[in-house]
Design a protein around this ligand. Structure first.
Ligand code: ZN
Length: 248
């Protein structure tokens, strides 16, 4: 091989390496850049007007507010953060721990319904009910801190999407059957104190196979914990900071 050829081969190799590593970074980068586009703060002004519609607002800890395309508003486990001014049509509670059941926090519409774990799981039966825009299917939730008979998770169907809000739980038997549900989103607790840790939640997310996996309920007395959230590595992970939204 001539000196020139050698140099050319080396150049080719180096270029190849550079391109390969760029390629990987770009994939990662574009995913990360893409994701915040779903959140509140990056929306165009035009979209801002529709803030109240087709939105899952993460208030922090285990608290969520859903607003459907018609403006039907549901709160799940009201306790943390802000955004309780939008009057509720429906308030859902997964269990009666004090960081989940502040049903007086949200403003209410006149016909607001409150659906507690005792409505969701009665006589040993997990109930399904449609209230306004949302069909609620109660599912199992349990671990050593959360008795199975007093805790539920919810699969919520509205606007053609399905969202599984796991509540306070670790791995449940029922999670194995979740792929049948063809879920769009799953919210999984990851605190590792009262519930499973990020590693177990990652395994759950793999079982459940939702299109997007979102960590929540990250630490006692914290609205949100970025470091903890990043330890969760479920498929198509989407980290939603407290005070931001999923737009669907
Ligand atoms: Zn909790």
């Amino acid at each position: 091989m001539t000196k020139f050829k050698k140099l050319f081969v080396i150049l080719l190799m180096v270029t190849g390496l550079v391109f390969t590593s760029c390629g990987t970074d770009q994939t990662k980068g574009s995913k990360e850049q893409e994701e915040p586009a779903k959140t509140d703060k990056n929306e165009e002004p035009e979209r801002e007007k529709q803030t109240m519609k087709r939105e899952i607002y993460y208030q922090g800890h285990g608290s969520l507010r859903i607003t459907t395309s018609s403006g039907f508003t549901a709160y799940i486990d009201p306790f943390a953060g802000d955004g309780y001014d939008q009057p509720a049509d429906l308030i859902l509670v997964t269990h009666q721990h004090s960081d989940h059941n502040k049903t007086d926090l949200p403003a209410r519409k006149e016909n607001c319904r409150v659906w507690q774990n005792t409505d969701a799981l009665a006589d040993g039966e997990y109930k399904t009910e449609t209230i306004g825009d949302i069909t609620i299917k109660a599912v199992e939730a349990y671990n050593s801190n959360h008795p199975k008979s007093q805790c539920v998770g919810y699969i919520l169907s509205f606007d053609g999407i399905k969202v599984y809000v796991a509540g306070d739980t670790s791995t449940t038997e029922q999670m194995k059957t979740m792929p049948e549900e063809k879920l769009d989103y799953v919210f999984l607790p990851i605190d590792g104190v009262y519930n499973m840790d990020p590693a177990e939640a990652t395994e759950c997310a793999r079982l459940i196979q939702a299109k997007t996996s979102i960590p929540y309920h990250m630490a006692p007395s914290k609205l949100f914990d970025q470091k903890k959230a990043e330890q969760f590595n479920g498929p198509n992970r989407f980290i939603v900071p407290a005070g931001e939204s999923v737009r669907y």
